[in-house]
Design a protein around this ligand. Structure first.
Ligand SMILES: Cc1cc2nc3c(=O)[nH]c(=O)nc-3n(C[C@H](O)[C@H](O)[C@H](O)COP(=O)(O)OP(=O)(O)OC[C@H]3O[C@@H](n4cnc5c(N)ncnc54)[C@H](O)[C@@H]3O)c2cc1C
Length: 391
């Protein structure tokens, strides 16, 4: 079918396609479905979840290898989190969180030639109190919950082209989507693009150049995740007296690091709803600036240097690992989000959302993605004055 064979353009919003099944696409799909729109969702991955998904080893050990947790800054998002907590798909991660400056004080003292401090602690620790939330029993549970009954989902379906009538004086014609295998899907009354900014720029270059240029303005940074299952507890803990303004906990659950190859290390097995056993699972995130020159390398090559960095933080040899894997996130974080809450063109029946829309409050990560997905859907519904079924 070609776009010109499609029916007339000014129909109500009865059907929509959502491209991308991460938190933003799932949130948009749910809001559209709740208003009675029939939603079809396409994701190129094996399962929805995007960067807030969970990876399982062959033996069934689960790692939240993308977003390890999320925070809630705005009241509106906190309300949504409260609803998910009631539904049992999100829980608070009440761990012991620290920030660490590996080698900071000692390096500075050595540079300043101060022998009194030069043999001070190798790692300077400080408390990192924040309310953090996780999906239960895994991060993937959040997107799974949002998508429940919300959309007809097509996994392993990468959309490579949007085909539609050019917008004339009225609204644009309905959309057809072409996937990587050359198959066409649709027609759809509207399309919501819910992928990372660089992916949106590439996808929309030909069909929606203005939106593609907007996506190019939001900058993304890549990083690596390393997943490690240890046979015994890692026992990561600062020495007594090494934590500035706080007590040294007996064991730490997650650390944000100020410098070096590692940006984050987190103990998966301590999150709520995770199975407990003799061993421990940890996820390490490489710092984006460390990752940038290595992004084209095979992901496995970063395991050794990141394990070495973890060993330096621990201050003794690591226990044996039962499982090791690495994942490359080409566009892990949006480092320069746009100030808008989403993009909606009622004329083109086209919307875009994702963590590259920080909104006026400058939100980021999962919060920005969820709120932006909802904003895009609600704006589309409002602007296209959807007539409720039978109305
Ligand atoms: C290592 C790491 C650590 C993070 N830490 C945090 C954190 O601590 N706190 C926090 O809030 N956030 C964190 N994040 C960020 C958070 O995961 C993202 O902001 C959030 O997932 C963005 O959601 P999204 O829906 O906009 O995009 P995504 O989650 O990327 O979802 C987009 C989906 O679109 C699919 N897709 C892409 N192109 C196509 C196409 N052409 N056709 C079909 N499907 C397509 C992808 O497969 C993906 O599933 C982290 C991310 C990573 C990778």
């Amino acid at each position: 079918m070609s776009a010109s064979d499609l029916p007339a353009a000014d129909q109500a919003l009865e059907t929509a396609a959502v491209i991308g099944g991460g938190p933003s696409g799932a949130s948009a799909a749910r809001a559209l479905r709740e208003a009675g729109v029939a939603v079809t969702l396409f994701d190129r991955g094996r399962a929805a979840g995007g960067r807030a998904s969970t990876r399982r080893s062959r033996t069934g050990v689960a790692f939240d290898h993308g977003s390890p947790c999320f925070t809630a800054h705005s009241e509106a998002f906190a309300e949504r989190v409260a609803g998910w907590r009631e539904a049992g798909v999100v829980g608070p991660w009440t761990g012991r969180f620290l920030r660490a400056d590996p080698g900071g004080e000692r390096d500075q003292a050595a540079a300043a030639g101060d022998p009194a401090v030069a043999d001070g602690p190798a790692v300077r620790w400080r408390p990192d109190p924040r309310e953090r939330f996780v999906g239960v029993p895994s991060m993937a549970a959040l997107v799974g919950h949002l998508l429940e009954g919300a959309a007809e989902a097509h996994a392993e379906s990468e959309i490579v082209e949007l085909l539609g009538e050019p917008a004339g004086r009225g609204s644009a014609g309905p959309w057809l989507l072409k996937d990587a295998a050359g198959q066409e899907h649709g027609p759809f009354d509207a399309v919501v693009v819910a992928v990372a900014a660089p992916q949106a720029a590439r996808l929309l270059g030909a069909s929606a150049p203005r939106l593609a240029r907007l996506a190019e303005r939001a900058k993304a940074a890549g990083c690596f995740s390393v997943m490690l299952a240890f046979d015994e507890p890692l026992g990561l803990a600062p020495a007594a007296g090494d934590v500035a303004d706080g007590e040294a906990p007996a064991a730490v659950d997650a650390v944000r690091l100020d410098r070096g190859p590692l940006a984050w290390v987190g103990r998966e097995t301590h999150k709520p709803g995770r199975p407990t056993g003799a061993g421990e699972c940890w996820v390490l995130h490489a710092r984006p600036t460390w990752s940038a020159p290595r992004l084209e390398q095979p992901a496995e090559e970063v395991i050794a240097p990141l394990k070495a960095a973890l060993q330096r933080l621990l201050g003794r040899p690591l226990p044996a690992t039962a499982y090791e894997a690495a994942h490359r996130w080409k566009f892990a974080h949006c480092v320069k989000p746009l100030p808008d809450a989403s993009f909606v063109s009622p004329k083109h029946r086209l919307a875009a959302c994702g963590d590259w829309f920080g909104g006026p409050e400058g939100a980021g990560g999962v919060e920005a993605a969820v709120m932006s997905g909802r904003h895009a859907a609600m704006t589309l519904l409002e602007k296209l004055q959807r007539v409720p079924a039978g109305g």
